[in-house]
Ligand binder design. Structure first.
Ligand code: BES
Ligand code: MN
Ligand code: ZN
Length: 500
C-alpha cells in the first residue's frame, strides 16, 4: 500500500473515506471536532443517535456528512483519553484498517496520526501507523488453491497530520515503517510456509534474491562439504538425520565505512523440528515449522536494512537444517566436536538449536564483530517463563543488553532479561565430554544460553529466545514477524539513524 502525508483542513479532504477518532464519553478528537463544526453539529448528533460512546473497539460509518468533502466518515472509538498511549493507538489503527479493508473504499485518509499517543513522537506515531496497517492487512494464502481476493483492495492511504508542516522526521517515520513492515511480512511468510516447502535451500534462495536487489549485499551459501572442512561437527550432526542438506546462509551487507566493525545477527533456521530420536509428542508438532523464525527474522531485518540503505556493516548468518529421526540421526549419548574444538555430549537430540547455533557463532568470530545477537526459538521453558509478550534476553555484556532492551521498548517489540550467572553453568557439565547439550529440569532458557555462552567468549553477545513471541498458537495461529521491529530499531540506533 502507498502512504502519503496529508495536511490542511479535515473538512476539505476529498476522499472516499475519512477516518477520525472519538475518545470515551463522546469526546471528539480535534479533527472530529473540526468536521462537527463544519457540518453544523452533524457528527455529534449522529453519535448520540447511534449510542456511540467512543469505547475502544467501537466504530461507526457516517454517510453524507454535510460541509465535508469526504464521501463518508469512519468513526473509531479510542477509549479513555487519559490512557491513550502507543499501544492503544495501535489497536485503533488496526481496527480502522480492518474496517477500511472490508468497506472497500477506492482510497482513504486517516486522521488518527494527528493524535497524541502518550509521549510518542510524530515520527513514532507515523511509523506505527504504517507497520500496524500492513500488519492488519496481512494474509497468508500462498498455499490456498482459491485465495480470497478483495475486489477493490485499498491501495492508497492518506496520513493526516494536522495543519502543521510535514517534517523530515515524519517522512522518515513513513519510510522506516514501510521498511520494517516489509521485513516483518517476509519473516511471517517464511514462518508460515510449511517445512516441505520452506527447506534450508529455500531459505538460502530467499536470501540470495535479497542479494540480487542490493549492490551492498553479498550472499554466500555454504554447502555441507564446506561446513565439514570448517569442522562444523555440531551443526552437521543435526542435519545427518535429514534428507535435506544443511546450509549456512551468510549475508554480508556493507553500507558503512570499511573500517567499521560489523553487527552480526545469527538466526536459528531449523526448518522443521521433530525432535530427532528424542521425538516430540504428536500434538501440535506442526507448529515446529516455525522453528526457523530466528533465521527468518534475520532475513527480514536484512530486507529492511537494504531497503533503507542503512550506513552500517551488518552480517546475517542463518544456520539452516531439519531435525528428524533417522537411522543416521544423532542418538542420545553421542559426542560431537564443534568448530570451536569443544566436544558436546548430546543427551537429548531435541536440544538441537544450540548445536547448530554454536558452530554459526564460532563462524561469526571471523568478522571481529562490534556485537553479535543470536535469535532463536530455543526453549519451551521461555514460553512458560514469559509467555507471548516478551522475548527472553540473555547477554554477556550489560551495555549491549541495555541497548537491545531499549530497542525492543521503542519498537513495541519487547524483551526481558534473564540472568546468565556462572552458578547455572554447572548444570551443563558432562561426565564424558566438555559439556552436555541439556541442563536438567530447572531454568531451561538460562542453561540453553549458558551453552551458547561457551561459543561467544570472544565478543560482545546477546541472545534472544523468541520461542514465545515468534508465532501465535490456537485457532488464529501464525507467524508474528517478531523480532524484526526490535532488530531493525537496534540497527537504526547503532548507525545513528534513530529518529524516535
Ligand atoms: N524448537 C524447540 C523449542 C520450542 C519448544 C519452541 C516449544 C517453542 C515451543 C527446541 O529445539 C527444543 O526442542 N527445545 C527443548 C529443549 C530441551 C530438550 C532441553 C525444549 O524446550 O523442550
Ligand atoms: Mn528441538
Ligand atoms: Zn528446535
Amino acid at each position: 500500500m502507498d502512504y502519503v502525508l496529508k495536511t490542511g483542513n479535515p473538512e476539505k479532504l476529498r476522499t472516499s473515506c475519512l477516518v477520525v477518532g472519538v475518545f470515551e464519553s463522546r469526546k471528539l478528537t480535534k479533527p472530529a471536532a473540526t468536521l462537527d463544526k463544519a457540518s453544523g453539529g452533524a457528527l455529534s448528533s449522529i453519535l448520540k443517535q447511534g449510542d456511540f460512546e467512543g469505547d475502544a473497539g467501537q466504530s461507526m460509518m457516517a454517510y453524507q456528512v454535510s460541509g465535508c468533502l469526504s464521501e463518508r466518515i469512519l468513526l473509531i472509538g479510542l477509549g479513555p483519553q487519559k490512557k491513550f498511549d502507543l499501544s492503544a493507538y495501535r489497536k485503533a489503527v488496526a481496527s480502522a484498517t480492518r474496517l477500511l479493508d472490508d468497506a472497500n473504499p477506492v482510497d482513504a485518509i486517516t486522521c488518527l496520526p494527528a493524535l497524541e499517543a502518550g509521549s510518542a513522537s510524530p515520527y513514532q506515531v507515523l511509523r506505527e501507523t504504517v507497520i500496524t496497517s500492513e500488519e492488519s492487512l496481512y494474509r497468508f494464502d500462498q498455499c490456498k488453491s482459491n485465495p480470497k481476493v478483495s475486489k477493490r483492495p485499498l491501495k492508497k492511504l492518506g496520513l493526516f497530520i494536522g495543519d502543521g508542516r510535514r517534517s523530515k522526521a515524519m517522512q522518515d517515520g513513513v519510510s522506516h515503517g514501510r521498511a520494517i513492515a516489509r521485513g516483518v511480512k517476509l519473516a511471517k511468510d517464511l514462518g508460515n510456509l510449511p517445512g516441505n516447502l520452506c527447506t534450508p535451500d529455500y531459505l538460502a534462495s530467499q536470501a540470495r534474491s535479497l542479494g540480487r536487489k542490493s549492490s551492498a549485499l553479498t550472499v554466500r551459501v555454504l554447502s555441507e562439504k564446506q561446513m565439514k572442512t570448517l569442522g562444523m561437527g555440531a551443526l552437521l550432526s543435526v542435519s545427518r538425520g535429514s534428507r535435506q542438506p544443511a546450509r549456512l546462509v551468510v549475508m554480508e551487507y556493507k553500507g558503512g565505512k570499511s573500517t567499521q566493525k560489523p553487527v552480526v545477527l545469527v538466526g536459528k533456521g531449523l526448518t522443521f523440528d521433530a525432535g530427532g530420536i528424542s521425538l516430540k509428542p504428536a500434538a501440535g508438532m506442526d507448529e515446529m515449522k516455525y522453528d526457523m523464525c530466528g533465521g527468518a527474522s534475520v532475513i527480514g531485518t536484512m530486507a529492511a536494512c537494504t531497503e533503507l540503505k542503512l550506513p552500517i556493516n551488518f552480517i546475517g548468518i542463518v544456520p539452516a537444517s531439519e531435525n528428524l529421526p533417522d537411522g543416521d540421526a544423532n542418538k542420545p549419548g553421542d559426542i560431537v566436536t564443534s568448530m570451536s574444538g569443544q566436544t558436546i555430549e548430546i543427551l537429548n537430540t531435541d536440544a538441537e538449536g544450540r548445536l547448530i547455533l554454536s558452530d554459526a557463532l564460532t563462524y561469526a568470530e571471523r568478522y571481529q564483530p562490534a556485537a553479535v545477537i543470536d535469535i532463536a526459538t530455543l526453549t519451551g521453558a521461555c514460553v512458560i517463563a514469559l509467555g507471548a509478550h516478551a522475548s527472553g534476553l540473555l547477554s554477556n555484556d550489560d551495555t549491549l543488553a541495555e541497548q537491545v532492551l531499549a530497542a525492543g521498548q521503542t519498537a513495541g517489540d519487547r524483551a526481558w532479561r534473564l540472568p546468565l550467572w556462572d552458578d547455572y553453568q554447572e548444570q551443563i557439565d558432562s561426565r564424558f565430554a566438555d559439556m552436555a547439550n541439556i541442563g536438567g529440569k530447572g531454568a531451561g532458557t538460562i542453561t540453553a544460553a549458558c551453552f551458547l555462552s561457551r561459543f561467544t567468549e570472544k565478543f560482545s553477545w546477546a541472545h534472544l529466545d523468541i520461542a514465545g513471541t515468534a508465532w501465535k498458537s490456537g485457532a488464529r495461529k501464525g507467524s508474528t514477524g517478531r523480532p524484526v521491529p526490535l532488530l531493525t530499531q537496534f540497527l537504526l540506533t547503532h548507525c545513528g539513524k534513530d529518529v524516535s
